[in-house]
Design a protein around this ligand. Structure first.
Ligand SMILES: C[S@@+](CC[C@H](N)C(=O)[O-])C[C@H]1O[C@@H](n2cnc3c(N)ncnc32)[C@H](O)[C@@H]1O
Length: 226
């Protein structure tokens, strides 16, 4: 049985691996630390409140804080696909996160899958009620953000929900502090996100208990057919 000392060591190890991956690939990892419990819960809240059977896709799971939370709220017969581009993180997810007792039954039933590739390569053979994302959209090129949104819109069921988080003030700070091509990129991505937020956001939660504080945003692109 894992002692609290071992759990602490494993947690610190995951944080250090996350930070070192950020130093190597900042535009892919996009954060210096994994999300807090409060942010993990906020981004998964619409799914938690859903009373029917659901298919869920988590994108950009990293070392798994949101995945852990999803394990606690996954209902019998719900499915969870976890898409993570970085193989080191996918290894951590399989070894440290999916080994939790919360996942024993869902895994035995074949209701949990780890997809080791970019979201842009998702084969649209399955549709989801919820897509829950940790992708660092603000660090992406506009063409990648557009492609990600296109994939997400196509893989959501009618009425499905896209939940993601962004650090408060990050877009504004990056716009002010960056110059040249980077500034043009940040402005274009920010404009695209703002348009989508204006048109499709139905709920937003401010989470102060995260470093840095963040908004969990929830978007719906189409209403469910009657
Ligand atoms: C900001 S971290 C979030 C990690 C975790 N969800 C959390 O909240 O701590 C972003 C994650 O997205 C992953 N990622 C980046 N681009 C991706 C892509 N195109 N497809 C899938 N995962 C991607 C990174 O490897 C990283 O694990």
């Amino acid at each position: 049985m894992a002692t609290s000392g071992n759990r602490l060591k494993a947690g610190i190890g995951r944080r250090l691996r996350f930070l070192s991956r950020y130093i190597q690939r900042p535009s892919v990892v996009g954060a210096v630390a994994p999300s807090s419990r409060a942010l993990s819960a906020a981004v998964a809240e619409p799914y938690r409140r859903c009373g029917r059977r659901c298919d869920v896709l988590e994108v950009g799971a990293g070392t798994g804080p949101v995945t852990r939370h999803l394990g606690k709220i996954l209902k019998p017969n719900d499915t969870l696909d976890i898409c993570e581009i970085e193989h080191d993180f996918a290894d951590i997810l399989e070894r440290d996160v999916l080994s939790s007792p919360d996942f024993t039954k869902p895994k035995a039933d074949g209701r949990v899958r780890v997809l080791r590739h970019a979201i842009q390569e998702l084969s649209i053979d399955k549709q989801y009620d919820f897509v829950i994302s940790g992708l660092p959209l603000t660090a992406f090129e506009l063409s990648d953000v557009e492609e990600v949104f296109d994939v997400i819109r196509r893989c959501l069921k009618p009425g499905g929900v896209f939940s993601y988080f962004e650090y408060i003030g990050l877009r504004r700070t990056s716009r002010v502090l960056s110059v040249g091509k980077k500034r043009a990129r940040v402005r274009a991505v920010s404009r695209y996100l703002t348009t989508n937020i204006r048109e499709h956001e139905f709920a937003r939660e401010k989470v102060i208990g995260n470093l840095p504080p963040a908004y969990a945003r929830h978007l719906r692109f189409e209403t469910a057919s009657a």
